[in-house]
Design a binder for this molecule. Sequence first.
Ligand SMILES: Nc1ncnc2c1ncn2[C@@H]1O[C@H](COP(=O)(O)OP(=O)(O)OP(=O)(O)O)[C@@H](O)[C@H]1O
Ligand SMILES: [Mg+2]
Length: 230
Amino acid sequence: MENKIIGIKNLHYSYPDGTKALCDINLEIQRGESLGIIGSNGAGKSTLLLHFNGILRGRGEISVLGNNLTDKNLPLIRSMVGLVFQDADSQLFMPTVFDDVSFGPINMGMPRQDVEKSVKKALKEVDMLVSIKRSSHHLSVGEKKRIAIATVLSMNPQILVLDEPSSNLDPKHRRALIKLLNMLEMTKIIATHDLDLISQTCSRVVLMEEGKIVSGGLCPDFLAEAASLC
Ligand SMILES: Nc1ncnc2c1ncn2[C@@H]1O[C@H](COP(=O)(O)OP(=O)(O)OP(=O)(O)O)[C@@H](O)[C@H]1O
Ligand SMILES: [Mg+2]
């Protein structure tokens, strides 16, 4: 069985205003791997993550579990890749926390009786079960971040893509997130400035600069080398 879970070849992306954000990205990610993506502000980390489930569509080739990212395969790929946005407000749009966290599972056709179980499990994992009936918009920034993570965990995706998952988390919930990430067996891709989180959760890391992947290597050696560059 092939071990590659995501393949990206010669990916280029420019935003509609002409900003070149990705330039000739080539990357392979293996099943079960935890990959960290680091790089300075504006390096292109979030832009790259938004390609993993086709929210942005650049020029080049992307395949997920052997399926090319095309219009036809988009629903299939979105059911396999769970993406947590850098900005939690972009992820939360329903009237209540329950509605937000059940949106993904309902949308991908999970049987109703399983949806509630899955929502409660995900909320428990981020320590937010007590807020199940509240409005997501009334939560604090860090609480919203944890709900945003739950909206993806509830879908039990094969690939978990997280953009700055520890931003705005208090130390206790940051530690809990690291523990949770280490317990989850799916493939993980994490973009962050939190190098300590990467060293505790990732086996490999790539460094981005000005829209390119400029280097990469195994943790912890490469991380120590790259820390001064971003
Ligand atoms: N909607 C947009 N329209 C135009 N340019 C954009 C847009 N979003 C991002 N950019 C530009 O694309 C480049 C890459 O941005 P991106 O958000 O991917 O960086 P990042 O590595 O995630 O940075 P950060 O560490 O600040 O999150 C930057 O030059 C940024 O200004
Ligand atoms: Mg970003």
